[in-house]
Design a protein around this ligand. Structure first.
Ligand code: ZN
Length: 295
């Protein structure tokens, strides 16, 4: 059971985005993770930068390299900027699910979670002209909720999702089937559940922009790291994957409100250019990768 890449391709790369913009900040305010008075026009604008400036800049870089990405988009962002999301979809990018209002499954009841999934699907279908999302990434609510619930996998399968892009398997560069029903204890070994008909396409926070740049000072104030240092880390992970994990898959996890800033856009250009030097790298969306799965 594995992904089977197109003939002549040694490894795959997906450039993925969490199109959070301001939704993550407002969600954190809504659930009390940041205090009253933290959220006003200034912090809203930090997020809106992602939609108005970040996404167009990113699109330009991806078009230069003829790369199409996967955009995990909260429904409220699709409802607010439908023309932008439609443009991405029309250009062949994949629009995937990221909650309706960046809500994390672990902080919801089962009914709330189902409603959030359905509302997010409808918003994406409205914006894209009817393209139903097949992938999902869990929205992160620091610090108290960043996981799926006991209902998430069943809800996703009932709604026809093909994959979740998360830490749901033991691999960093390999797609695997999701295992449902694990039981964990504090005084004995865990009991493992059964594999289900849902793929995990792994993420890796070490090659994610907000760990490098964003979470250093507070939720709202970015830290400043040297882009050449970030490039070196991302490049070495790619080099390792290319040399040691043939048939593997490397994904960047980026955010328009973070990577859209000028020096980081230049870094995105550089890292794609570096990877594209290898003619046997397949740049793909996660949906395309999921479609290569062979049982
Ligand atoms: Zn997010």
């Amino acid at each position: 059971m594995t992904t089977v890449l197109p003939e002549g391709k040694r490894a795959a790369v997906c450039v993925s985005f969490d199109t959070d913009c301001w939704s993550i900040f407002l969600r954190m305010r809504a659930v009390g993770l940041v205090g009253k008075g933290t959220f006003g026009p200034i912090n809203f604008a930090r997020g809106e930068f992602g939609a108005r400036v970040g996404i167009p800049r990113i699109m330009e870089v991806l078009e230069k390299h003829n790369v199409r990405g996967t955009w995990f988009t909260p429904g409220v962002i699709a409802d607010t900027y439908p023309e932008l999301i439609r443009e991405l979809a029309d250009k062949g990018h994949e629009i995937a699910h990221h909650g309706y209002f960046h809500e994390c499954p672990a902080s919801m009841t089962k009914a709330q979670e189902k409603a959030s999934f359905v509302k997010g699907i409808k918003a994406i279908e409205r914006a894209t002209g009817g393209k139903k999302p097949v992938g999902y990434r869990v929205p992160f609510e620091i610090p108290n909720a960043s996981d799926i619930s006991t209902s998430t996998i069943k809800i996703m399968m009932d709604l026809g999702f093909k994959y979740i892009s998360q830490h749901m398997g033991p691999y960093d560069f390999r797609v695997s089937k999701v295992r449902d029903g694990d039981k964990y204890y504090f005084d004995r070994p865990p009991k493992f559940g059964k594999e289900v008909d849902l793929l995990n396409i792994p993420v890796n926070e070490l090659i994610e922009d907000d760990l490098a740049y964003f979470l250093g000072v507070s939720a709202f104030y970015p830290k400043l790291d040297n882009p050449s240092k970030v490039f070196e880390v991302w490049k070495m992970d790619f080099d390792y994957m290319y040399e040691h994990e043939p048939g593997g898959f490397y994904t960047l996890v980026l955010h328009p409100e973070c990577t859209g800033r000028a020096h980081r856009i230049m870094l995105l250009d550089q890292i794609i250019e570096y990877m594209a030097q290898k003619p046997d790298i397949w740049f793909c969306t996660m949906e395309e990768l999921a479609n290569t799965w062979k049982n």
